[in-house]
Design a protein around this ligand. Structure first.
Ligand SMILES: [Zn+2]
Ligand SMILES: [Zn+2]
Length: 711
């Protein structure tokens, strides 16, 4: 009897052999259900079976889900590549392709699929926008390419790429390469042609957005422009909607999909264009479970499926900027704001020369600007990237600080809640009546500001203002988020206070002033990208102001006004900042001029974690086939918090060091960082090294290729 290897979703590096029942004809890529453990699992036929065990002892494949097209060769190659690149099990990547268990179940949730692509509304574009749109449309249907749509905030980038989406929607022909693919030896031609699935599926477009918060206004704009709703794929979608969405995506009925990073791995039938909006955004990096960067995976998918990828940003990542400079990516720029709106004026408020009184966080100048803005019927925004009331509570008498019992982090005070809360793990404890350390009563003091404290301060000096807070703990649901955005749009809110959720993408016509309570907040810590990330965030935030008739003003409260990031924001010279940042990275031989892989060792037993870490460090050897080390030079990357020495050797180990968050959710954590020349096969090197050490069962060793966060 014939045996086939079936790959199952889960932490498996390889598939399992199953027997093919005589009634079934199967080929690689086919989606099947097989018995597994005590139950049943979905799976994908991956290849010929190893046939190491006699067929009588092997279970047969139960169901061939022939109503769904098989995974294409390009898709299977992409899965294998993504597993290799991210040092992840093959089955873990397949789990992202098949994220619903009961794929065949039909429900009442339906997906709108009847789309009139002949009568798409044409947007009124300016000449510059029209030119940019044509440049994005040009590569559609012509294989793989990456284009960076680089435009200042408010330049109408969304409308421009909507044009490219419309163009891709009108392409219905099957691309040549797909015909080529069908001719390949293991292509599942018989099933493909015999099934009821249309042979020439219409094109599909995927748009990735970094956060759900962004999708509210995006969906409104999309529906207005296209007259239909795209399929939404994110964590807010119900299981029934997910299943219906997956079915429509797989069969090719879903024409446009908008989603968070996980939408990238779905088995589109005929993907023709991928747009990654706000490509610089850190939330494209998946940090839990299978670690990957969705922007980089989108580019890879484009390469495997031979389709154009459009990256969109007003503040491109240094990596994408570098890829444009070196000619790897094409660039389309939109240098001016739409409808003659001018960029906001940036004012630096030096907090050293004009400090606020104790327990207050908004300077007199910013207070006056807010009051004036609201008095003249415009809107304002206050930004502080800290949730809760105060980030730290301490005893004024003995200095005792309240720390999480599970993490190396302070407990956050929340207004009106008698409990202190950890923002990393959710641990809470009641606020005690007296200090647990010295016993002093009434000695506890809330230190520093969170958005709730800023709200309290605003209520004091602007008692009449209609104020709303937008921070992820305030907005437990999508509806509340929608209400806050609608409130801003319709002018029912004078002042919006929020965390980074308010920085991105929103378009509020009446917004005249943006105040940044603590512009320096992101610059601390041992993060290689601290300056880049802070610049992007503050620049995005500034871009919210004055998008229509009003000239916007931005106030940055800073204790480091001389910092290059602050200077770049003040002068508006983005190019100079990016150039300087790129030069610093090159001098330090840091990405994009080298590659990094972080290895995180964590476990509940501290001694076992330390032992494993030491073993890993001791086992780190550069294989003899690689060139020998050259003498190291001192690091030009001063003040970046990383103990970097400039090795010109192909692979260098940095660390071990305790992770900045040494304890997280009760686990002890160490970090090792591998730096490698771009020519090195980093995944294979790291995998071989990590697997050379057998960690005890209480210790987990995680590999993070191209790390973005350094906690
Ligand atoms: Zn005390
Ligand atoms: Zn905690």
């Amino acid at each position: 009897m014939k045996q086939l290897e079936v790959l199952l979703p889960g932490a498996f590096d390889h598939g399992f052999d199953y027997v093919v029942p005589e009634t079934m004809t199967l080929a690689p890529g086919d989606i099947v259900s097989v018995p597994f453990g005590r139950g049943q699992s979905l799976g994908v036929v991956w290849g010929e079976g190893k046939a190491k065990i006699a067929s009588e002892k092997i279970k047969p494949i139960k169901i061939h889900h022939s109503e769904f097209p098989p995974l294409s060769i390009a898709m299977r190659e992409f899965i294998a590549w993504a597993a290799w690149y991210n040092c992840a099990p093959l089955g873990a990547v397949l789990k992202m392709v098949l994220p619903v268990a009961d794929i065949a179940k039909t429900g009442r949730t339906t997906i709108e699929t009847a789309i009139d692509t002949d009568h798409l509304h044409l947007a009124k574009l300016s000449d510059a926008q029209r030119k940019a749109a044509s440049a994005l449309e040009e590569p559609i249907g012509k294989g793989f390419s990456v284009t960076l749509l680089d435009g200042v905030t408010g330049s109408g980038k969304t409308e421009v790429y909507f044009d490219a989406v419309a163009c891709a929607l009108q392409r219905t022909e099957m691309k040549n390469w797909r015909n080529e693919e069908l001719k390949k030896k293991d292509a599942p031609i018989p099933q493909f042609l015999n099934s009821s699935i249309p042979q020439f599926p219409p094109s599909q477009i995927l748009v990735l957005l970094p956060e759900i918060a962004l999708s509210v206004q995006w969906l409104e704009r999309f529906e207005k422009r296209f007259g239909f709703a795209p399929v939404v794929w994110n964590s807010q979608v119900t299981p029934a909607q997910k299943r219906a969405g997956w079915q429509a995506i797989t069969k090719g009925d879903a024409r446009v999909v908008v989603g968070a990073r996980s939408a990238l791995f779905l088995p589109y039938r005929n993907l023709s264009l991928i747009v990654v909006d706000e490509e610089h955004d850190g939330s494209y990096k998946q940090e839990e479970g299978t670690i990957y960067h969705a922007r980089d995976m989108a580019v890879a998918r484009g390469r495997f499926e031979k389709l154009p990828v459009v990256l969109v940003s007003a503040t491109p990542s240094l990596e994408s900027y570098h890829n444009v400079k070196t000619g790897k990516y094409k660039e389309v720029s939109l240098p001016a704001r739409h409808n003659h709106a001018v960029l906001p004026e940036v004012e630096m408020l030096d907090m050293r020369s004009a400090p606020t009184e104790r327990g207050k966080f908004i300077s007199d100048k910013l207070r006056a600007a807010l009051a004036q803005t609201i008095a003249s019927n415009h809107q304002a925004m206050l930004f502080l990237n800290r949730r809760g009331y105060a980030p730290l509570v301490l005893c004024r008498h003995c200095g005792h600080r309240f720390e999480c019992a599970e993490c190396s982090s302070w407990l956050v005070a929340h207004k009106g809640k008698p409990r202190l809360e950890c923002h990393h793990c959710g641990y809470t404890q009641p606020v005690p009546p007296a200090c647990p350390s010295c016993g002093a009563a009434d000695s506890l003091h809330a230190c520093g500001p969170g958005v709730e404290r800023v709200l309290e301060e605003v209520h004091e000096f602007l008692p009449q203002a209609r104020v709303a807070v937008m921070a992820s703990d305030q907005l437990s649901g999508y509806q509340e988020l929608k209400d806050a955005i609608t409130g801003m749009q319709e002018g029912n809110i004078d002042l919006l206070i929020g965390t980074q959720m308010i920085a991105k993408g929103h378009h509020f016509a009446g917004l005249a002033v943006v105040g940044v309570v603590d512009a320096d907040l992101g610059l601390g810590g041992g993060d290689l990208r601290a300056a880049e990330k802070t610049y992007q965030l503050l620049h995005q935030l500034s871009g919210r102001a004055g998008r229509e008739s009003v000239r916007g003003r931005v106030y940055l409260q800073s204790y480091l006004p001389e910092h290059p990031v602050m200077q770049a924001l003040l002068s508006g010279d983005r190019e100079a900042f990016l150039q300087a940042e790129l030069q610093a990275r090159e001098n330090a031989h840091m990405p994009p001029f080298s590659r990094l892989a972080a290895v995180i060792i964590e476990g509940t037993k501290e001694d076992a974690v330390i032992r494993t870490t030491k073993l890993l460090a001791a086992n780190f050897t550069v294989t003899p086939s690689q060139p020998p080390h050259t003498p190291s030079q001192p690091s030009p990357l001063k003040g970046e918090g990383l103990s970097v020495t400039r090795h010109l050797s192909p692979v260098t180990l940095l660390g071990p060091a305790p992770a900045p968050l040494y304890r997280l959710r009760g686990k002890y954590r160490y970090r090792l960082l591998v730096k490698a020349a771009r020519s090195i096969n980093l995944p294979d090197f790291v995998k071989g090294w990590v697997e050379s050490v057998k960690a005890p069962s209480s210790v987990r060793v995680k590999v993070d290729i191209d790390p973005v966060g350094f906690l």
